[in-house]
Design a protein around this ligand. Sequence first.
Ligand SMILES: Nc1ncnc2c1ncn2[C@@H]1O[C@H](COP(=O)(O)OP(=O)(O)OP(=O)(O)O)[C@@H](O)[C@H]1O
Length: 463
Amino acid sequence: MVKSENKASETTATSAVMQLSAVSFGYERKPLLYDVSLRIAPGEMVGLLGPNGSGKTTLLRILSGVLQPQEGQVLLEGRELTQWGRRGVARRIAVVPQELHMPFAFTVEHMVSLGRTPFISSFLGTRTKQDLAIVQDAMQAAGVSGLAERVFNELSGGERQRVMIAMALAQQPAVLLLDEPTSHLDIRYQVETLELVQELNRERGMTVVAAIHDLNLAARYFPRLILFQRGVVADAGPAEVLEPGLLKRVYGIGVQVGILRGAKHLSILPPYSEEANEVEESGIEPSVHVIAGGGSGERLMRALADAHIPFSIGALNIGDSDHTLALRLATEVITEQPYAPLSSETLKQVRARLAHVSMLIICPTPIGPGNLMLLHEALLAAQNCLPVLLLNSQDFPSASKDREPGEPEIGDIVSRDYTGGEGIKIVKQLLQAGAVSVMSIGEALEVIKKRAVTPGRTISSDN
Ligand SMILES: Nc1ncnc2c1ncn2[C@@H]1O[C@H](COP(=O)(O)OP(=O)(O)OP(=O)(O)O)[C@@H](O)[C@H]1O
């Protein structure tokens, strides 16, 4: 039994040209990517989308082996990337960076011939006739043969972009990784560059993964899109990924998505007014708000989504594992910058949301100085008669056996309070204000369904 399972996973691994399994990575111990799993099949053309700083370049560096994940596995053709060695990787994966600064006045032809380096016996070794033919072919395919004698540093941004693609082609890679290949290009070069990449994908069967900011170009050229925000938020075709609600949650701006007359692909336009940006595209008003963090909300979010209960969540910091999942599952996500304390603006948003929901669920997240203010908001709401459920972690024993006679059941908060008792104090006040402690997600769902309360309840905010 175990054997056949292993065999099945081996087959899956080898049928993917690249595979990431539960990859986590951070710079200088600051976590950036969390639990990223991806399979890229041979011949796929994948667009990597995500806001600035969401980790696209970092992910490409992990795929190319420049960075090694702190956790998880990166496989190339079913084998650990690190086992291929530098030359082995360079013979299979080529990277087109955003920019390349050459310290020397290299000609284009010289630059492109550097792409053959992984295939010659040493750096100073001679290139064969075949190498030279491959270099010529790469220059022709990328449309830079006419620039062969020009100095790379003296070319325009668009020309340089093409030379970098030619360099990558000279590697004859199975996988081409491009980091924003259109970022410095005018519209003609943008289209020409992506047409070229598409041709390489279709005609040479090259697997392409490209980070790309332009959502319209992404819709037009990439059959598979991965929306990334320190983790995979969505991974599907353009129609599913370029969904206005999802884009609003990830980019923080409302967009209009549609098909222009005569066009074959989706177009994405920014809002035409501030008012349009305010529109809730899904039209669904969440009736439940969730406070979570650090993975404490994962199971509840999945259960609510499975039960088709629309919910809002937050505030969550970008990069928190709950945040990535929330972008996918919640109707509304209140977001704070990575590692930043909650700002008064963010707390205002939480307060406004609590004024419109029919129930608040607080997940068993560790309470520290950073999120104590959220508990304060929860207390205000509870004192204004908002039903509040305190979800206890099943991993910790209940503290009920230690409580004094007459004291409320405070659940497992004792074991996750890092505020010197302030968190526990607020939880006790919450219970006194009518909050209910529940021991399981099933129990929480039962309460929510029983209440089935209507949205739109108002509470005063100055209490
Ligand atoms: N070498 C590094 N050391 C420390 N932090 C880094 C390093 N490289 C990137 N970062 C940080 O990691 C985060 C993600 O960066 P990354 O370049 O991967 O994002 P991105 O999605 O490609 O962004 P953009 O769209 O702006 O190019 C950013 O906050 C960035 O400042």
